[in-house]
Design a protein around this ligand. Structure first.
Ligand code: SF4
Ligand code: SF4
Length: 96
């Protein structure tokens, strides 16, 4: 049970310090161009917080997914842009 960071991450560092398990790290560029979450350390914040803190502070939509590939901040959830408009402009992306 762990969350994952996607290629939408802009490496803003916001999530790093809020993780109660120090699970978020910046890998070597060969491993990934963005931050990653250690599956061994991530507990999805269970027992520490009501919601995953990385997703709560992340300012970027589609940057964090759960084990089912579902976005914790899906398209439009932070910007308020209606899904119809995102689809119209080709900015909609289904979960993995
Ligand atoms: S869900 Fe919680 S434990 Fe997992 S990486 Fe995010 S902040 Fe850390
Ligand atoms: S808060 Fe979001 S965009 Fe910023 S480093 Fe973490 S996952 Fe990436």
């Amino acid at each position: 049970m762990a969350l994952q960071i996607t290629e939408s991450c802009v490496n803003c560092w916001a999530c790093v310090d809020v993780c109660p398990n120090d699970a978020i790290y910046q890998p070597d560029r060969d491993e990934a161009p963005h931050f990653l979450i250690s599956a061994d350390k991530c507990t999805e914040c269970l027992g520490d917080h009501a919601d995953p803190q990385c997703a709560a502070i992340c300012p970027i939509e589609m940057a964090i997914v759960n084990e089912l590939g579902e976005f914790l901040n899906p398209p439009g959830s932070l910007t308020g842009i209606p899904i119809e408009k995102l689809k119209e402009f080709g900015l909609w992306r289904e979960a993995a």
